[in-house]
Design a protein around this ligand. Structure first.
Ligand code: AMP
Length: 228
């Protein structure tokens, strides 16, 4: 990474958890509450797929199958994004790292710029509930606000509470078969990161099965303590 472009000591927070745990929703709320930038590698990859870049072309089939995109592609995409000036206020990593290789690459990136991980927060959920959570979710195409058919519907059917757009999107990989693959990938490749961050003394965990606002309040307190 070009260290000159990266802010020194901007807080770095990681949200860990399986697909459907609420990482994206909570990261967005933390972004609003604390001013940190949500960095979702899933969003960055979907943008690359939509733009038809080489990385996007390579990632597309893997994402549709619910597998993990190669470390090489994901690390390169994240590295570029981290160098953007808006990351100077601090970042919340949502969906990254997902493998030990990515976690080690992140350590190297941060060491190069004198930064460190303030906290890796694991959102603890029951696997069995994740399929229902994921299959009901949708997002506003205008502002990116996340919703759920049951847990967080829009106040007016089909209209975004935040920006008034009626353009709602559902992800192609939010279907029952792909979700099964995504959960398997999480357990095989990402869950070991819980021990990885515990070993570094930055792991925190919270029960993420409750309602969104209660979780957000707890998480916000954890973040406040972690960034000092
Ligand atoms: P997400 O939006 O975080 O659920 O990610 C959607 C999909 O993008 C995943 O199922 C993976 O195929 C891919 N993806 C996102 N982040 C990563 C990552 N850090 N490493 C590998 N693949 C990723």
């Amino acid at each position: 990474m070009d260290g000159a472009n990266v802010p020194t000591m901007a807080p770095v927070l990681i949200l860990l958890g399986p697909p459907g745990a609420g990482k994206g929703t909570q990261a967005r709320m933390l972004q609003e509450a604390h001013g940190f930038v949500q960095l979702s590698t899933g969003d960055l990859l979907r943008a690359a797929v939509a733009a038809g870049t080489d990385a996007g072309k390579e990632a597309k089939a893997v994402m549709e199958a619910g597998g993990l995109v190669s470390d090489e592609i994901v690390i390169a995409i994240l590295k570029d994004r981290l160098a953007d000036p808006d990351c100077a206020t601090g970042v919340i990593l949502d969906g990254f790292p997902r493998t030990t290789g990515q976690a080690e690459a992140l350590d190297t990136l941060l060491a190069d710029t004198g930064q460190q991980i303030n906290a890796a927060i694991s959102l603890e959920v029951d696997d069995a509930a994740m399929v229902a959570r994921i299959s009901g979710r949708f997002t506003c195409g205008g502002c990116g606000e996340g919703y759920h058919d049951v847990n967080k519907p829009t106040r007016v059917l089909g209209i975004c509470d935040k920006c008034g757009s009626s353009h709602m999107k559902r992800r192609a990989d939010d279907n029952a078969e792909t979700v099964g693959e995504r959960l398997s990938a999480y357990h095989a490749q990402t869950a070991p990161l819980i021990a990885y961050y515990e070993g570094k003394g930055v792991l925190q965990s919270l029960d993420a099965m409750g309602d969104i606002k209660t979780i957000a309040t707890t998480l916000s307190g954890m973040v406040r303590n972690a960034v000092g």
